[in-house]
Design a protein around this ligand. Structure first.
Ligand code: MRU
Length: 346
């Protein structure tokens, strides 16, 4: 891939600015954890695995800058860094997973001097990024087997290289099928209100010469009915113990339409997206974002001033609509209460 979503470079965190794509390919540099937190909140970086990496790198930056004479003071301040990063976006569990992994490294090395702890945290954040790329490739290889040669795949939002450390989850499956020589076409839902499908999915697939057709969200049902879509693959922000899956708002509607039209609906996500502590999707916190994201397009008003607005960023697709969940450890189908546990050795 010809872009880097996020990387640790010269003691800074560098991210492609996803709010400016596709018009401009600009890389922002962050020198402190507050900047990384703002980048997550402001959608400069977005997508569950990518914000997991960003959260971890934010912790490493924060740890580096803590001024402390004692371990007690260091760990107290580190907790604050983690809290600030965790308060940015509530739905994608990967963010909390990334931060938690960093906390564990710090805790396991409490007996070391503070500079050694800082060095270990930086190494951990970098390895989370490297691992994510490998995970996406493994997940892609498993999922590619489900896609037949000549298939047209519908995807929603962006679960691509931009939403991960690279390669992608849903788009990772598509990339792997394409790389294996299958002729794959993609329909990308534009994904209002942030237009991740139009701005990001279309951009990265075109860069890789994977045929992509952009449609508005309300067209998906029509193309399913006309038998122009063979399967749906989406990413996930959090998967509960029973398989209920939170993903970008609009995913639920696509899943219901897929079932009605007898089209397989696949979720592609790393194991770090599982939250088996939640019994079902009702317990997944759903982020509500500012009204202007709905009433304006790039600063231009598209609705009367003062209109009431709701703007949930995610919805939950009940497990009964999900044909299979594709992970780096393999594919599970049905009876998710049991099958998801096998992925984590429970
Ligand atoms: O609000 P976003 O752009 O962060 O939402 C992203 C999604 O919903 C993705 O589909 C999900 O995070 C999976 S990314 C591999």
């Amino acid at each position: 891939m010809s872009f880097r979503t996020i990387e640790w470079r010269d003691n800074r965190v560098v991210m492609i600015d996803q709010t400016r794509l596709p018009a401009e390919e600009v890389y922002n540099e962050y020198d402190d954890f507050q900047g990384v937190a703002e980048a997550i909140r402001g959608m400069i970086i977005r997508g569950a695995p990518a914000i997991g990496v960003a959260g971890a790198m934010g912790v490493a930056l924060g740890a580096r800058d803590i001024i402390a004479d004692t371990h007690e003071s260091f760990f107290r301040q580190l907790d604050n860094v983690c809290d600030v990063l965790a308060r940015t976006r509530p739905t994608a569990v990967n963010l909390f997973w990334g931060i938690e992994r960093m906390k564990k490294v710090a805790d396991a090395n409490r007996d070391k001097d503070l500079n050694s702890i800082r060095t270990l945290l930086k190494a951990e954040a970098i390895s989370i990024e490297k691992e994510d790329l490998q995970i996406c490739r493994a997940l892609g290889a498993h999922g590619a087997a489900l896609i037949r040669d000549g298939a047209t795949v519908l995807t929603h939002c962006n679960a691509g290289g931009l939403a991960t450390a690279g390669y992608g989850t849903a788009l990772g499956v598509i990339r792997a099928a394409h790389e294996s020589g299958k002729k794959i076409g993609v329909f990308a839902d534009e994904t209002r209100p942030w237009l991740q499908g139009a701005r990001l999915t279309a951009w990265e697939l075109m860069k890789d010469n994977i045929p992509v057709t952009l449609i508005t969200d309300n067209m998906a049902g029509w193309f399913m009915r006309k038998k122009e879509i063979d399967c749906v693959i989406v990413g996930a922000d959090r998967i509960a113990a029973n398989g209920d899956t939170a993903n970008k708002i609009g995913t639920y509607s696509v899943a219901v339409l897929a079932k009605e039209n007898h089209i397989p609906f696949y979720v592609a996500a790393p194991v770090s997206t599982l939250d088996l502590s939640l019994k079902n999707g009702d317990a997944i916190p759903i982020e509500e974002r500012p009204c202007h994201e709905v009433t304006q397009l790039r600063g231009m008003p598209i609705a009367p001033e003062g209109v009431a607005v709701r703007n949930p960023a995610f919805d939950v697709t009940p497990a009964k609509y999900i044909t299979a969940i594709i992970t780096e450890r393999g594919i599970v189908r049905g009876d998710y209460e049991r099958t998801l546990k096998t992925l984590v050795g429970q």
